[in-house]
Structures are given as C-alpha cells and as structure tokens.
Design a protein around this ligand. Structure first.
Ligand SMILES: Cc1ncc(C[n+]2csc(CCO)c2C)c(N)n1
Length: 218
C-alpha cells in the first residue's frame, strides 16, 4: 500500500481545504516565530485547557473498545503522559501570561470549544473503537503536522517553545504513527462513520485557531 492509499491519508485528503488551513494557520505561524501576541496565546490556552477532560474521556473510550490488549496498553501509557506533563505546562503558562484562575473561570467557552467537547463526547458515546480513533487521530496528527513544520531555532520563550515540542517529539510521533495504523486497520469497515467524524473534527480544529483571534467560525 502506498502512503496515498492508506485509509488515514484518504480521510486527511477528504478533509481539505480545512486541514491545510489549520496546519498553516496564522496562529501556528506566529507561535513558531515566537511573535504571537500574549493575549492571543492566553485566549487560546484558556480554551485549550478545557479540551483535556473530554479528551481523556475519549481516550478512555478508545481504551475500552479496542480489540487488542497491546493497543489498550499503548493508549493507557499515553493517558498517563497527558494527565501528567501537559498539565504542568498549562499551570506554568497561565502564570507566565498573568492569567488568574478567576479570569479563566469568568471566560465562557467559544463555539469552537463547545463544538469540540461535543464531538469528543459523541465519539466516546458511540462505543466504537473506529469512531474514537477518528477524532483522536485528528487531534494528534493535525498537531504533529503543524508542529513538525517549525523552523529552527525554536522560540526562546518556554510558552511558545514547549507548546511546539509537546507536539513534535519522538514519543508523540510514534503515538501518531500508532493511531494512524490502528485507524488504517479498523476504519475501512466503518468508512462513512470515520469520514464524517474526521472531517467535522478537522473543521473544528480550524475554527479553534480562528477563535483565538476573535472570529467565531460556524
Ligand atoms: C484544539 C486542540 N486540538 C488538538 C490538540 C492536541 N492535543 C490535545 S490533547 C493532546 C495530548 C497531549 O498533548 C494533544 C496532543 C490540542 N491541544 N488542542
């Protein structure tokens, strides 16, 4: 099978033009250049922190519905990583950006955040490994795609640099390769379901970046 024939790649291609618009979005370009305005970065991270709880729910659903013990172990190890390392990044970044807990609480969800939470819940509630994988793969692979485009040297500010290296490191790369190979393996039998979830998740990723700049994409 060529790269182009892979099920995951066919889903990615079907999600254009949103995929390319997301991975080349102004947010990712300014982040990688280290020029992003602090209030934009803060707005993005306040919303993104709300991603974590439903994301763990979705990871748990994938763990529960996987047909293989080896896959379950791999998903479980990743869940441990997410619950640890990334959480301290958010705490340190909020502190550095001067975002108080009160300010975070007073900020409502954007439409993109609510949409993302809803699709993660939807995919989790289907009790289908293929469904859970479709949304998980978008959330991880799309982030690896933009982060792996970062030119060297990376920005000096840890708020920017660590948000890039969290999404482009050997462990994360391996995990994305694993998710894609799982989706290639179990997805084709549920093609329509996977394509629907995958495309909607990519559109939401694009809207999520837009929302950081105040434009609420529908
Ligand atoms: C809107 C949005 N989409 C995807 C990610 C990427 N992501 C979400 S949870 C997780 C696991 C640990 O990093 C990763 C990579 C994000 N942060 N925000």
């Amino acid at each position: 099978m060529t790269q182009e024939e892979r099920f995951s790649e066919r889903l990615r291609a079907a999600a254009e033009p949103d995929w390319t618009a997301a991975v080349t979005h102004r947010f990712t370009r300014e982040l990688m250049a280290g020029t992003i305005a602090p209030d934009i970065m803060a707005r993005y991270l306040v919303q993104d922190h709300r991603f974590l709880d439903p994301f763990l729910m979705l990871l748990g659903a994938a763990m529960a519905t996987s047909d293989r013990f080896e896959s379950r172990l791999r998903l479980a190890r990743f869940a441990g990583l997410v619950a640890g390392e990334e959480n301290t990044y958010f705490e340190r970044a909020f502190e550095a950006l001067g975002v108080s807990p009160a300010e975070r609480e007073a900020t409502p969800d954007t439409a993109a955040t609510s949409g993302f939470q809803a699709i993660m819940r939807e995919a989790a509630e289907r009790r289908s490994y293929a469904a859970a994988l479709s949304v998980l793969t978008v959330a991880e692979w799309l982030y690896l795609d933009w982060a792996s485009r970062a030119p060297q040297p990376l920005p000096g500010d840890f708020v920017h640099r660590e948000w890039i290296t969290l999404h482009d490191n050997p462990g994360f790369r391996d995990f994305v390769a694993f998710l894609r190979s799982e989706l290639d393996r179990v997805g084709p039998e549920h093609h329509a379901l996977c394509e629907d979830l995958f495309r909607r998740a990519v559109a939401l990723e694009r809207a999520f970046f837009e929302a950081a700049y105040g434009a609420e994409a529908s």
